[in-house]
Design a binder for this molecule. Sequence first.
Ligand code: ZN
Ligand code: ZN
Length: 240
Amino acid sequence: MLVRPAVWSALRRELAEFLLPQRCVACGAFGAALHPDCVERLELADGSRCPRCWGLHPAEPSPMPMCPRCTRRPVLGLEARRAAFRFDGVARRAILEAKFRGVTALFPPLAQASARAVPAAWEVDSVVPVPLHAARRRERGFDQGALIAAHVAETLGVPVRRELIELVRRTRPQASLGRADRTLNVAGAFGPRRGHGAPPARALLVDDVVTTGETLEAAAGALRAAGVERVFALALAVED
Ligand SMILES: [Zn+2]
Ligand SMILES: [Zn+2]
């Protein structure tokens, strides 16, 4: 019987998780990938931030409701975004371990805690992961966006609607690119899918880390084209 390498790597990971007791990424003690108490001690992305892009404001208190960049930009797809943690220290290590070392047990505690950063006033009625290319999912053995979306949706008590949009062409990793190239890299990368039920009114896009937000903007545009009225976004962490 032929077993594909991706299947082997998934099996190996599951066997390792079964045989090796889990060690907390924050405190190092055994018992969980990330203890509930340790999640509470991660550095939050709070403080003085733009209510639209969640970027840090200048240090001095400002009466300005949005940052200068957002004030100049019209709302095209995405109305506003939030992130629960700063992409730094333990939160950064936890996300990297989850995404690149396959410690998927880290996603539930991170996603559940992140759901608290979603303002109730958004009244989101569905959660949509940023689509991942099938080849990358096969390489990795899992789809981190789908895992995060499932736990955020469960915490918020709304359904996941991943059938609304799809990746039309493969993109390069955004982290390897400058700002102008990031915009080009994801322009037109996502598209609406046909043949699903009535689109939701207020969707929440989720991703692992937000840096400049081009990926979320591009995916939000596709959700609007799919008929969603208002699109918001949540990331586990923001890179300041
Ligand atoms: Zn711990
Ligand atoms: Zn802003």
